[in-house]
Ligand binder design. Structure first.
Ligand SMILES: C[S@@+](CC[C@H](N)C(=O)[O-])C[C@H]1O[C@@H](n2cnc3c(N)ncnc32)[C@H](O)[C@@H]1O
Length: 342
């Protein structure tokens, strides 16, 4: 199997393409055939990982030695600095943007919807717990065990009746089967864009349809692509410095930066490597973790057709959570229901 992948060295970031093969837990080996500076050029290396179809995951707990390169995991895959600082980072990232006010918006919509709410890609429960506190019965589904663990950890901080309304479940939004139907299904904060294959997007929308009660609605939030940020190839990240947060486990400061960005226009995806650096008591870098973020952008008309062809009728469309009309470069917020059979 040939997969594009990226290695970021301690002091020499570089992009390589490798042809490699392997299966199950164990070792796969490959020959560097891309252009990467320094010691990696033209050399052989071993790489440990697990391949499921098109996905690559890494054994989280075992310490495989990867010569030269740092191990890069997918966003939210590792129980590490990214996941532990998620709530603080998102609060900072959202402030003053077109995502601001999303939680209040979802609460308002949940109050208009009879029946339980399903949040797909619920993460640490930022939205889900707020909905439960507002009186909704909520099921939160997410692929990431570390994110779900953070969400579950919040249970002890809420009143018992709120905790009783909240259920978290591990699962893939591409295809899931739950034993109930919902009055409202949400995919907040661009989680739908983690589905990088349009076929998976359609499967996800089909699975949601199967779980909507009669008259139930779907709310989807994506960013509206800014074309000036989507020039093909590698480019300097437009906002590399992503601020800092405090790791609740160690109490230490964690700085966040985007160290590389590549745009694949054909696939409508961008790949970014985010570096989370833990600082020691002297403010020096003690260690870092690199996580890869891959998102697929969609154009407004693409989403309109995708929803229509997946059997939905768009009821409302906004560019932010204050219900502003569609606008370039902000959010794409869709409120949709199942279209009546013709
Ligand atoms: C940006 S976070 C959003 C978390 C939460 N909804 C919020 O608004 O704070 C995206 C979440 O989507 C989850 N996710 C990505 N792909 C997924 C999939 N195929 N199925 C379920 N969850 C997925 C990630 O694990 C992550 O927790």
């Amino acid at each position: 199997m040939a997969l594009p992948f990226e290695l970021v060295g301690r002091d020499q970031p570089g992009q390589v393409g490798g042809a490699w093969s392997g299966d199950g837990w164990g070792e796969a080996s490959g020959r560097c055939c891309g252009s990467v500076a320094g010691r990696l050029a033209g050399s052989w290396w071993t790489i440990a990982g697990k391949i499921h179809g098109p996905r690559l995951t890494w054994p989280a707990a075992r310490d495989y030695a990867l010569p030269v390169a740092e191990r890069i995991l997918a966003f939210y895959e590792r129980d590490g600095l990214n996941v532990r600082t998620y709530d603080q980072r998102v609060e900072q990232d959202i402030a003053g943007t077109s995502v601001e006010g999303d939680v209040a918006f979802y609460i308002e919509e949940a109050k208009r919807s009879p029946g339980p709410v399903l949040e797909l890609g619920c993460g640490t429960g930022r939205v889900a717990w707020a909905l439960a506190a507002a009186g909704a019965e909520v099921v939160g589904l997410d692929l990431s065990r570390p994110m779900l663990d953070r969400a579950e950890a919040k249970r002890v901080d809420v009143p018992a009746e709120v905790a009783a309304r909240m259920h978290f479940q591990r699962g893939d939004m591409i295809d899931f089967t739950l034993d109930r139907r919902f009055g409202l299904v949400l995919i907040p904060y661009r989680a739908f864009q983690a589905l990088t294959d349009p076929h998976d997007q359609r499967r996800c929308l089909a699975a949601i349809r199967r779980h909507l009660a009669a008259g139930g609605r779907l709310i989807l939030d994506l960013f509206d692509p800014r074309l000036n940020l989507l020039a093909p190839g590698r480019a300097a990240p437009s906002s590399p410095d992503r601020g800092s947060a405090r790791d609740p486990l160690s109490g230490r400061t964690v700085t966040m930066e985007v160290v590389s960005r590549e745009v694949d226009v054909r696939a409508q995806c961008f790949h970014e490597v985010w570096r989370f650096t833990e600082l020691d008591d002297h403010g020096e870098a003690a260690r870092h973790e690199d996580d890869r973020l891959t998102l697929r952008w969609a154009y407004r008309w693409e989403m309109r057709y995708l929803l229509e062809l997946s059997g939905y009728l768009i009821e409302a469309e906004y560019s932010d959570f204050h219900r502003s009309p569609p606008a370039y470069g902000n959010e794409q917020v869709y409120v949709a229901r199942v279209a009546p059979a013709r």
